[in-house]
Design a protein around this ligand. Structure first.
Ligand SMILES: Cc1cc2nc3c(=O)[nH]c(=O)nc-3n(C[C@H](O)[C@H](O)[C@H](O)COP(=O)(O)O)c2cc1C
Length: 314
C-alpha cells in the first residue's frame, strides 16, 4: 500500500512532535504529513536531564538520550481527529517500552496500532529502533521484527511503515532484516533512527554532554548523512532486486536541500527531517522544499520521482 505525500517531506518522529500544539504547528507548515512522537502504551517522563544536546561542537548534529518521553497513546488517539482536519496524512509513530502493566512488546504494538487505527490515523510508523531504552531494539533481532509485523499487519488495514536502525557494521543482519520485511505488506521503511552509542564531551566543563546511559546517546544531523545514504541505497537496491513494492523513506543528516537530493538519488522517495527541525522549527520544511524544487529545475527535472534511485556508478 503506497503513501503519496506532497511535498515528499515530513518531520522525523521525535523533535517538536510530542504535544498537540507542536503537532498542530507541523500541520500548519509545508510538511507533507504529520508524524507524531513515538507513542507508548503508558505515558513516559523519559530519561533524566540533561538528555539532549541540540548543537554539538562544529554543528556536527544533535545527541540525545530522551528515553521516549510522550503522553501515551490514549492522548494521541484524542488528537488525531483534530489533526486530520488540516487535510494532510497523520502518521502515528508507535514504540514499545517498559511499563507498569508489564505487557509484552508485541502486545503493546498490537494494542496501540489497533486503537490508533480506530482513532483515524492515516498510517502507522512502527518505531522498532529506539537506541535509548534499556532493551536492545527490536530492529536488531529478525525474529522479534517478524513477531511484531505479524501481529500488526494482521490487525490493521492502514499503511504501515517500519523505522529501522542503521545496520552498517552488521551486514548479515541487514540481509536478515531486509528478507524478513519481504514477507509483509508494508508501505515503507524509514531509515535511519539515531546512530546509537555515540558520545560527546563539553570542553568548558569537561563533562559528557548528556547524563543518561553513561553519556551515550543517539546521533542525528550532518554527521550521520553518509550513514543514512548508505542504508537508504542498500534497502532501495535490495527491494528493486526482489521486485518488492516497499518504498524507502530517507532519514538522517538532512539540513540543506542538497542533502535531501542525495537521499532521493540514493533511493528515498520521501525524506524526514529530525535535527534541522529541532534547530529551525517548522520553517525548515518550506525552505527545504523551495531549495529542492530549485535544484530540480536547474538540473532539468520536473519532479522528485524522476531522480529517485538515479545515482550513477562512477
Ligand atoms: C530529540 C530527538 C528525539 C527523537 N525521538 C524519536 C522518536 O520518538 N521516535 C523515532 O522514531 N525517532 C526519534 N528520533 C530520531 C529521529 O527521528 C531521526 O531518525 C534521527 O534524528 C536522524 O535524523 P536527523 O539526522 O534528521 O536528525 C529522535 C531524534 C531526536 C534528535
Amino acid at each position: 500500500m503506497e503513501i503519496k505525500l506532497h511535498p515528499p517531506i515530513t518531520n522525523a518522529s521525535g523533535p517538536h512532535s510530542v504535544t498537540y500544539e507542536e503537532l498542530e504547528r507541523i500541520a500548519q507548515s509545508a510538511a507533507g504529513a504529520i508524524v507524531t512522537k513515538s507513542m507508548t502504551h503508558c505515558p513516559r517522563q523519559g530519561n533524566p536531564e540533561p538528555r539532549l544536546r541540540a548543537h554539538l561542537d562544529g554543528e556536527l548534529g544533535s545527541l540525545n538520550s530522551m528515553g521516549l518521553p510522550n503522553l501515551g497513546y490514549l492522548e494521541y488517539a484524542k488528537f488525531i481527529p483534530k489533526l486530520k482536519e488540516f487535510g494532510k496524512p497523520v502518521i502515528a509513530s508507535i514504540a514499545s517500552a517498559p511499563c507498569a502493566h508489564k505487557l509484552p512488546p508485541i502486545e503493546q504494538y498490537y494494542e496501540i496500532a489497533t486503537a490508533i487505527e480506530r482513532a483515524g490515523a492515516d498510517a502507522i510508523e512502527l518505531n522498532l529502533s529506539c537506541p535509548n531504552l534499556e532493551d536492545i531494539p527490536i530492529a536488531m533481532d529478525p525474529q522479534s521484527v517478524r513477531a511484531v509485523l505479524t501481529a500488526v499487519t494482521n490487525a490493521v488495514k492502514i499503511p504501515i511503515g517500519v523505522k529501522l536502525a542503521p545496520y552498517n557494521n552488521v551486514p548479515k543482519l541487514f540481509d536478515q532484516i531486509a528478507r524478513t520485511l519481504l514477507d509483509f505488506d508494508i508501505a515503507y521503511v524509514a531509515t535511519i533512527n539515531s546512530e546509537p552509542l555515540t558520545l560527546d564531551i563539553d570542553l568548558k566543563t569537561r563533562t559528557k554532554v548528556i547524563r543518561p546511559n553513561d553519556g551515550f546517546g543517539g546521533l542525528g544531523g550532518p554527521a550521520v548523512l553518509p550513514i543514512a545514504l548508505a542504508e537508504v541505497h542498500r534497502f532501495y537496491k535490495f527491494f528493486q532486486k526482489q521486485k518488492a513494492r516497499i518504498a524507502v523513506w530517507g532519514v538522517g543528516g538532512i539540513i540543506r536541500a542538497e542533502d535531501a537530493i542525495k537521499h532521493f538519488l540514493a533511493g528515498a522517495s520521501v525524506v524526514q527531517i529530525g535535527t534541522l527541525f529541532l534547530w529551525d522549527g517548522p520553517q525548515a520544511f518550506e525552505k527545504l522544499w523551495v531549495g529542492i524544487q530549485r535544484w530540480l529545475q536547474e538540473n532539468g527535472f520536473s519532479s522528485v520521482e524522476e531522480i529517485v534511485g538515479q545515482v550513477r556508478e562512477i
